[in-house]
Design a protein around this ligand. Structure first.
Ligand code: GTR
Length: 402
């Protein structure tokens, strides 16, 4: 038997498994109509909340938001774009860390534009080297470029610009909105005491872990963007890479205002099927990152078959909205095949709702992008988000938005 602590990379050692059916209620009834899917959707959201990501406390769910534009740079990207820094705060919870949103939109756009919204690992200043972008002053993980003593330094500016090809995004008529995940909840295990957990109280059993709080933060950013003059609130795509891709999938599942949901190399607890136990497993992720999921998810360490859900159902929760799952050929830790299969097995829900899912049976070749309302590609190379991935996302968004 493969132990959770040693990653399996051998297809022949993937445990035999049966995936839970997205189109069958827990009591065994079949889901046959779009109306029944609405009910099943609620049931699945409940199961993922209870057993995986954690429930959001009610007080947080409805938290009132205040927004203040603290900086506007009208000649960003040599005049091609307008950059705004917006501070989102919670007037009823003055102790909450403000969320510092960066919003970049094409200069001289005729009207509101579609926008990609995603979290960053190390702050807005890493997205582009322009020194006018405010350096995030808050706690950061060590190991990030230009991070010293858990704080960003000027050396961190632009260090993630390869992950955020702004010129390309703006050039194609889209805006980009981003915020630092650590403004919502710092990415370390402190027993759920810091970040947004501090404000809304230490989680009760079953309540949110860090990923759920990041997803919640994405929805708060959307609260603001939805009403913004320069933003087409009906065309906001939520995107995330890796741990932040797990957060974007869960945000897109919960919040149907997100028009497109994109998961880049999100792996275990994201787009990859847990029951395959390939690469990173549930036991492994809960050991390395005890703060990401809720306390109950730990019951499934080395016990994936007992999970009431699997990740194809998470992808299906985006339906009938377009959803995109992307893998990379050398990213075995994230189980590209498990990500592909999850995307494929979300298909029946799309079919029930009258949309084409993935449209292919077999995993595409490296470098191919496929799909109808469920997109999938396998980029050549390792774990990361690159210009090539963004080109595919922009094509996908063009197809669904224009
Ligand atoms: C890894 C983790 C993955 C993935 C990745 C990342 O250490 O095991 O699940 O989230 O980090 O976020 O880059």
């Amino acid at each position: 038997m493969i132990r959770a602590q040693e990653a399996n990379y051998d297809e022949t050692k993937v445990p035999d498994h049966t995936l839970p059916d997205p189109l069958r209620f827990e009591d065994g009834r079949k889901v046959e109509t779009p109306e029944q899917w609405r009910e099943r959707r609620e049931e699945l959201l409940g199961l993922f909340s209870e057993h995986v990501y954690g429930r959001v406390p009610e007080m947080a769910e409805g938290a009132r938001l205040a927004a203040e534009v603290i900086k506007e740079i009208p000649d960003f990207l040599n005049g091609a774009a307008v950059l705004r820094e917006v501070r989102l705060s919670f007037p009823d919870h003055p102790d909450a860390t403000a969320l510092d949103l960066l919003l970049v939109t094409p200069a001289g756009a005729d009207g509101p534009v579609p926008v990609f919204l995603g979290l960053s690992f190390f702050g807005n200043h890493t997205v582009h080297p322009d020194p006018r972008i405010t350096l995030n002053p808050r706690w950061m993980r060590e190991g990030g470029d230009g991070v010293e003593n858990n704080r960003a330094t000027d050396a961190a500016r632009g260090t993630a610009s390869g992950r955020w090809p702004l010129e390309m995004i703006i050039g194609r008529g889209y805006g980009l909105a981003t915020l630092y995940c650590g403004d919502i909840d710092p990415d370390f295990d402190d027993g759920f005491k810091n970040g947004i957990h501090e404000v809304f109280g230490e989680p009760e059993p079953g309540q949110w872990g860090t990923i759920a709080s990041w997803s919640w933060g994405l929805s708060r950013a959307l609260d603001y963007l939805a009403d913004h003059k320069q933003v087409d609130g009906k065309k906001v795509a939520v995107i995330g890479h890796s741990r932040l891709g797990k957060a974007s999938l869960w945000a897109g599942a919960r919040d149907e205002r997100f028009a497109i949901v994109i998961s880049n190399n999100s792996g275990c607890g994201g787009a990859a099927l847990s029951r395959r136990a390939f690469g990173e497993t549930v036991g492994r992720i809960n050991t390395s990152f005890p703060h990401w999921f809720n306390d109950r998810f730990k019951k499934y360490n080395e016990n994936e078959a007992a999970l009431p859900v699997d990740q194809h159902q998470l992808i299906a929760l985006a339906a009938p909205r377009p959803v995109y799952v992307a893998s990379a050929s050398d990213d075995s830790w994230a189980d590209p095949r498990g990500e592909f299969l999850a995307a494929k097995h979300a298909g029946p829900v799309y079919a029930l709702l009258g949309e084409e899912g993935l449209g292919v049976e077999d995993m595409p070749e490296v470098g191919e992008a496929k799909g109808g309302h469920i997109g999938y590609h396998l980029r050549k190379g390792g774990h990361g988000i690159e210009a090539w991935d963004w080109e595919r996302y922009l094509d996908f968004a063009d197809r669904h938005f224009k």
